[in-house]
Design a protein around this ligand. Structure first.
Ligand SMILES: Nc1ncnc2c1ncn2[C@@H]1O[C@H](COP(=O)(O)OP(=O)(O)OP(=O)(O)O)[C@@H](O)[C@H]1O
Ligand SMILES: [Mg+2]
Length: 266
């Protein structure tokens, strides 16, 4: 059985259809890329899976995550699933962080929730916070744990947000354009980190991006959305080699031009 199974997902705001009849599945430990231009419904899909959609947005279809139906699930059921089943890293790390709380305490919070859930005592929290900070390659963890979000760089904030997601030990990590707000070098580092972490922990990954080449190196399968419609779906190598849909062909061609401009393969 798939860890995440989305079937006929339709998301509407009033009479506007934001996502139409979307279906895909992610097996335990595997990686899916959700690609599409701005406004294509990628974040709406991520929020539907985590149960974070605003109330005035309607959802139909089915989202089975770790055996539980999310569509129509109450806040309480979602509270139990969030963290344990899925955790999200957003585009702008500041949205995930409390500006007035030291970074170490922010990472400790999801750890505490998880320890409670698993019935463990939380004596080891401080050690675990520092271990997680090392795992996401934050320098001088002891010092940074005492820093506030505004005192560290954008890349470091995103590493903290990733550490917070990891602290939940989710079965599925949802990364919604996690590197878009970062400069190119930091982008590559954070991407490599995510790739490593997913490999090490065996988490499944839903990686959202408007950037096909970014996604191609990290995922096995892709779903391409355009204006809420699924225009292409399949193994990433196959989609890159022989995109069936004109829109995907454009994305692939743009990616090739970009590669050539950087002096990559012809
Ligand atoms: N609260 C809302 N109510 C109504 N429509 C909304 C709401 N939030 C977003 N939308 C619309 O839903 C559509 C999909 O938005 P979504 O945020 O999922 O796009 P996206 O693919 O994540 O784009 P981006 O790459 O810019 O993040 C857009 O047309 C957007 O205007
Ligand atoms: Mg988005």
């Amino acid at each position: 059985m798939s860890l995440l199974s989305v079937n006929g997902l339709t998301i509407t705001a009033g009479d506007k259809v934001l996502v139409s009849n979307l279906s895909f599945a992610i097996a335990q430990g595997s990686r899916m890329g959700l690609i599409g231009e701005s406004g294509s419904g990628k974040s709406m899909t991520a929020m539907a899976i985590t149960g974070l959609l605003p109330r005035d947005i309607a959802v139909t279809g089915s989202i089975l995550l770790d055996g539980q139906q999310i569509v129509g699930a109450g806040e309480r059921a979602m509270g139990n699933l969030r963290g344990a089943a899925s955790a999200v890293v957003f585009q702008e790390p500041l949205t995930a962080l409390d500006p007035l709380m030291r970074l170490g305490r922010q990472i400790a919070e999801p750890l505490r929730r998880r320890y409670r859930r698993e019935g463990l005592d939380d004596r080891h929290i401080k050690t675990e916070v520092l271990r997680l900070m090392e795992r996401v390659a934050l320098p001088q963890p002891e010092r940074l744990a005492r820093a506030y979000p505004y005192e560290v760089s954008g890349g470091q904030r995103q590493r903290v947000a990733i550490a917070m997601a990891l602290a939940c030990k989710p079965k599925l990590l949802i990364a919604d354009e996690p590197t878009t707000a970062l400069d190119v070098t930091t982008q590559a580092e954070v991407l490599r980190l995510l790739d490593d972490l997913v490999r090490d922990t065996g988490m499944a990954l839903l990686f959202i991006s408007h950037d096909l080449p970014v996604v191609a190196n990290v995922v096995d399968q892709v779903t391409v959305l355009r204006q809420g419609e699924t225009v292409e779906q399949g193994a990433v190598a196959k989609v890159l080699q022989a995109p069936a849909n004109p829109y995907t062909q454009q994305l692939v061609e743009a990616a090739r031009r970009f590669d050539r401009a950087l002096g990559g393969e012809p």
